[in-house]
Design a protein around this ligand. Structure first.
Ligand code: ADP
Length: 391
């Protein structure tokens, strides 16, 4: 089946048209700066040619129309839409065929992820109106985590408030954790039901997931994607008392405070250099101490969460690194593994030099295996779409 996978952000729309059987990608790209002037329409043709055009995208509707124009120009066939939805809230334990009720639920939980869900739901509405004959499937980043045990997802808050407002840990990056854990089991040649895995998705946003027998049993992001590890610009775990202290000192309101925690914190905030790990590695090599601290903090946090998940599962068979930093930064992987000797993790420096391919980077003797597995969320979304459409 040819599925157009759509991933809408607040000001972007990533797309990929792929065949679920052959995995052939006919075209893919990104509409950037939606809602602003000088939008960028970038796309890659099947032969690898990269094209960039300046196109104004006043809204997501204009962007999706442009994508479909491109598909039609090339005469590619499109049989279904697969939508990445960041937040499924308490409603969705699995991907779902979109009807009026499903769409209403996506809107209902949108306040939990306002930057994403409203844009994503808008794109679904546009696809349904313009192509009523084609099915739409919603694939939620949160659904993989909905089977976590209550001890892992419950916050120690008054029950009345928690239950009334559906406050719990929802996690994120579920589609990525699901893909790399299944791929890891394949690479290990073992049924996933028999494996305890820890997946480290490390990109601009980062989260770690404990996967026992193929199911997420804990993850580092929470009610929102602000917590857990320090990230590119997000603060990660923080004593809530710090917020009150800063807000009082600087006369900030809660929105201003959250803007700092979301956009000006993380490794950017600590280093004062950049949110990009490549820039931080260069700066640290040149002797910038704050950049070094930001990188050290990141490694330390990943190692600490990995250790806590090994404890939560009473063991771990393999640790997976994925996403921009996980797939590309051998120094970050090595920095994290320095802490993990007690678990029986031994990294092999040679394969650890490689980038962007499925590869085992632990020594033959390493008790816990280490893998780099490039994530492929689009493939999971396309396959879920096919399976749901085919009933
Ligand atoms: P997103 O969370 O936006 O999907 P990605 O998974 O694409 O992010 O990761 C983007 C990040 O990956 C960049 O900000 C950069 O820090 C990091 N990255 C990419 N290539 C490298 C590299 N060669 N070395 C270190 N970090 C890298």
């Amino acid at each position: 089946m040819n599925v157009l996978v759509l991933n809408a952000g607040s000001s972007s729309l990533k797309f990929q048209l792929m065949n679920t059987k052959t995995r052939e990608v006919f075209t893919k790209g990104n509409c950037e700066r939606i809602g602003l002037t000088d939008g960028i329409f970038g796309h890659v043709e099947g032969d690898g040619e990269k094209v960039k055009e300046i196109v104004d995208f006043p809204d997501h509707g204009t962007a999706i129309r442009k994508v479909i124009e491109l598909i039609n120009e090339h005469g590619f066939e499109m049989e279904a839409f697969g939508h990445r939805i960041v937040q499924g809230g308490w409603h969705f334990e699995d991907s779902a065929l979109v009807d009026d009720e499903v769409l209403a639920k996506i809107y209902e939980v949108a306040p939990l992820a306002p930057l994403h869900n409203y844009a994503e739901a808008g794109v679904i509405e546009h696809c349904r109106e313009t192509y009523p004959e084609l099915p739409n499937v919603a694939v939620f980043d949160t659904s993989f985590h909905m089977g976590m045990p209550p001890a892992a997802y419950t916050y120690a808050l008054p029950t009345e408030v928690r239950e009334k407002l559906h406050i719990r840990k929802y996690g994120a990056h579920g589609t990525s954790h699901r893909y790399v854990s299944a791929r890891c089991a394949e690479l290990m040649g073992k049924p996933i039901e028999e494996l305890k895995l820890i997946s480290c998705h490390m990109g601009n946003g980062s989260s770690i997931c404990a996967i026992d027998g193929g199911k997420s049993v804990d993850t580092s992001m929470g009610f929102t994607p602000l917590v857990g590890l320090p990230m590119g610009t997000r603060c990660g775990d923080l004593d809530p008392g710090v917020m009150q202290f800063i807000m009082n000192k600087y006369g900030m309101n809660i929105d201003e405070m959250l803007n700092v925690l979301n956009k000006k914190s993380g490794v950017l905030g600590v280093s004062g250099v950049s949110s990009d790990f490549r820039d931080l590695e260069t700066a640290a090599d040149e002797g910038n101490e704050r950049a070094r601290l930001a990188l050290d903090m990141f490694d330390y946090w990943v190692a600490k969460v990995v250790g806590s998940y090994a404890a939560a599962m009473n063991g771990v068979d393999a640790i997976i690194f994925t996403a921009g930093v996980g797939e590309n930064s051998g120094t970050t992987r090595a920095g994290i593994c320095k802490y993990l000797g007690y678990l029986g993790c031994e990294i092999d420096p040679e394969p650890n030099k490689k980038r962007g391919e499925d590869i085992c980077i632990s020594t033959a003797d390493s008790k816990v295996k280490l893998f780099v597995i490039p994530t492929n969320e689009e493939l999971v979304i396309a396959r879920d779409t096919r399976d749901i459409v085919n009933g």
